[in-house]
Design a protein around this ligand. Structure first.
Ligand SMILES: [Fe+2]
Length: 279
């Protein structure tokens, strides 16, 4: 009898946890998507080409339900000449000032810019230049968090990736691995990604990677297994690599996968960034 009671109490506790989690998720969905990987800072990489183009990208993101954007230009990677964090901060400052001007002086047309939150970050290519900057703490985290978005060179052998991730952790940062579905080493062996996660890294998948049939299986596997807790646009333009995140219907597979993707663009980034807030 008491065992039955315990079982029922356990079931109720699971149900109440599920209800609470669903409520939190729904609250986050109302707030909107958090896009933690995008190339919208104009004129610095292969993303937005001009200020006007960047505003169009942001408007499209807003229309798709995004309410918070992390601007993550390519850094420490050729041919983009972005090796200086201070220069990137200046470029972001000019961009933010331009957006503010629009929001203030063209209230009707650009009202969304008042409500869209924008943060500076970087997509740090794990190159010798990055490791030097890391040692000197001249790197850009995602906004005011300790999270560092890392792009692993595709040819980087697993041992070198492990060493780089350990250096990032030892320097006091949280490594976030960009578009893990595109890293060949992880496609061949999920165990090599798991080793990096054990070191403290967090995986991120691109939303288009879940829609493209060529990468769906790998990307979905990373999300379903929890190896990737973050999903973002990695948006570059208005055509092929857009910033729209309201594309859940285009993801095949079970409904559970789409729920996990929703969480990876709302609850998960909010929790991860709160947990790893700098200072
Ligand atoms: Fe990117």
């Amino acid at each position: 009898m008491s065992q039955e009671w315990n079982l029922e109490a356990l079931r109720e506790s699971v149900r109440s946890t599920e209800r609470r989690y669903r409520r939190e998720l729904e609250a986050d969905l109302e707030v909107g998507w958090i896009d933690m990987h995008s190339h919208v800072l104009p004129g610095v990489d292969d993303g937005a080409e001009s200020f006007d183009h960047a505003v169009e990208l942001l408007h499209e993101a807003w229309e798709g339900g995004t309410r918070e954007v992390y601007v993550t230009p390519h850094m420490f990677r050729n041919p983009f000449d972005n090796f200086d964090a201070a220069e990137m901060v200046d470029a972001f400052g000019r961009f933010a000032e331009g957006l503010r001007e629009l929001a203030v002086h063209h209230v009707t047309e650009y009202r969304f810019l008042r409500d869209l939150k924008i943060h500076l970050g970087a997509e740090n290519y794990v190159s010798p230049e990055f490791l030097t900057a890391l040692a000197e703490r001249r790197v850009l985290t995602l906004g005011s968090t300790r999270c560092l978005l890392l792009e692993l060179p595709d040819g980087l052998v697993t041992k070198a990736a492990e060493s780089a991730v350990r250096k990032v952790v030892d320097a006091g940062y949280v490594p976030v691995l960009a578009h893990v579905e595109r890293v060949t080493a992880f496609t061949r062996s999920a165990a090599s990604l798991e080793r990096l996660l054990e070191e403290g890294a967090i995986g991120q998948v691109n939303l288009p990677g879940l829609i493209d049939p060529r990468t769906f299986e790998v990307a979905a596997g990373h999300v379903q297994s929890g190896r990737a807790r973050l999903v973002a646009s990695d948006g570059h333009d208005l055509a092929q690599r857009t910033m729209r995140l309201d594309r859940l219907d285009e993801i095949p597979g079970p409904r559970r996968l789409r729920t996990l993707v929703e969480e990876a663009m709302t609850v998960q980034p909010r929790r991860i960034f709160e947990l790893h807030r700098a200072g």
